[in-house]
Design a binder for this molecule. Structure first.
Ligand SMILES: *Cc1c(COP(=O)(O)O)cnc(C)c1O
Length: 235
């Protein structure tokens, strides 16, 4: 079986898992399935797009830009989901539709100032370090109201919601507690900014997708269950 065939079958299987979880947890609107394509090549991205994927997520800017240039068919939406260095904000603001990994003020003002005028406002999710892990990016929960206020005040940005990568655990109850906490913070943001269209919980990866759907994920970010395991993780 070719890799293309695997990707097609894997995506169909994930869609079936999403449908089953939506039925189980009584979700009327299924989350968007984002294919996370770090370390994957342009042909693999093309196979995912051919299988119906509209949203592609990338972690590393240079890698993303070279694949974007190589692709003959672009997805509907490019999402940047990796750590953001200050000197990368101009290219990120120019080449992506969404940024999920925003966690500090300097990045917010730079993305706004550098978002090209001919493009629509850049969709922003604030990343929360929900389990306070020193190894992970993300703002603290206490930082979120001020960061949200700043995003909301920028003309070239649109505050959409929250993203998190919780501590890796196979304990379903612990997974759900983390995602429920994120949902609670989103609800407070919706109260803080009643006129903003804050509608996004970017949560759930291959190992915890169902728990995220149970707690209201609107975008799930799936890599290895679509493309297979990543043999050589990047530093
Ligand atoms: C790699 C990555 C994913 C996908 O993880 P899988 O476990 O391969 O599904 C999702 N979100 C972020 C931020 C990632 O870096």
């Amino acid at each position: 079986m070719s890799n293309q065939t695997n990707i097609l079958a894997n995506i169909a299987a994930i869609q079936a898992r999403i449908d089953a979880a939506c039925q189980l947890y009584q979700r009327d609107t299924p989350p968007t399935l984002m294919a996370v394509t770090k370390t994957r090549n342009a042909a693999e991205i093309t196979a995912a797009i051919d299988a119906g994927i509209t949203d592609i997520g990338e972690n590393y800017l240079q890698e993303a830009l070279s694949k974007q240039a190589e692709l003959s068919t672009q997805p509907e939406y490019w999402h940047f989901i990796g750590p953001i260095q200050t000197n990368k904000t101009r290219a990120i603001a120019s080449h992506f539709d969404w940024v999920h990994s925003v966690d500090r003020a300097k990045i917010i003002t730079r993305l706004n100032d550098q978002r090209p005028n001919e493009l629509p406002p850049l969709n922003i999710c604030l990343q929360i370090n929900i389990n306070d892990e020193s190894s992970k990016a993300g703002a603290t929960i206490d930082d979120i109201p001020a960061l949200a206020e700043l995003v909301n005040s920028q003309a070239r940005l649109r505050l959409r919601g929250l993203m998190a990568i919780p501590a890796n655990t196979s304990d379903i109850q612990q997974q759900r507690r983390n995602f429920a906490a994120l949902r609670g913070i989103l609800t407070s943001l919706q109260k803080q900014f009643p006129s903003a269209a804050i509608d996004t919980l970017s949560m759930g990866m291959s190992g915890d997708m169902e728990s995220a759907i149970a707690e209201g994920a609107t975008i799930v970010r799936i890599g290895s269950d679509i493309f297979g395991p990543r043999p050589t993780p990047k530093p």
